[in-house]
Design a binder for this molecule. Sequence first.
Ligand code: GLU
Length: 301
Amino acid sequence: MPVRTRFAPSPTGLLHIGNAYSALYCLQWAEQHQASCLLRIEDIDHTRCRSKYVEAMLEDLAWLGMQWPEEPLLQSERLPLYRQTLDRLRRMQVIYPCFCTRRDIQEEIRRMATAPHRDDPPPHYPGTCRRLPPDERQWKMARQPFAWRLDTNRALAMVGEPLCWHDEQGRTHALQLEHDIVIARRDIGISYHLATVIDDAEQRITHIIRGEDLRDSLAIHRLLQCLLGLPEPVYIHHRLVRDAAGRRLAKRHAGTTLRSLRDMGISAGALRHFLLNSPDLIWPAERADAERIRHLLGNVR
Ligand code: GLU
């Protein structure tokens, strides 16, 4: 079976140094494993994604030296397919409409006797709409906007075996999933989780390489794959680029976007070398001026 991986950015802003690391890591892994590295543009969220960022992204990735063996997949062109899959899950009776707002959820958690009383309760869904009587559900569906949530216990029972994932060495890791996750947001009618597992299967991705910040999505992705009968890819999580205080880079940091580095006259070659060879992946996010960055890139051998 051909070995295939993918880089799947969301065009919600300009690509930054953390995205560049992810892209280069995928490409390097692909080269080392005679694999193909594909591009997928995850632009389902019309509230945050912009086509100007798609264009900027393609330009920045080309500057970085990334080349793709196939045309990029654009998720915004595939919404009908995602909706069909959602319908399938609905017919399987493993999802239910949820009418709760974020505030409803927090209030419900506060009311529950067993919930820890904290000022900032965890955003785990207490199951309110799972328990709605059918007639009330129908009534609300005709009148209120809603999201679709996975009925996790029912889905796990349907799958019938414990959830797990496999790493590159073939080791098996158990997974826990205790909460009903939204798999179709009320505003966009779909979610990252569902679109991603559908497209990983569609693009015949055998190895999913992404940042360790996405590790929490593994359980829901594996559960969806089991429910939908999709193949199980191997998962690899890479470390993240961080600032000197150990925080993830954020889009607010100037001097971290590829665009700003290009404007400073930094070469793609020097940046690639730094990202693929830096022992600690620390980026001077707060004070990333041209001189400091040149010095940093020059010091990694
Ligand atoms: N689109 C996601 C992001 O930019 C990455 C998804 C993935 O690699 O599964 O964070």
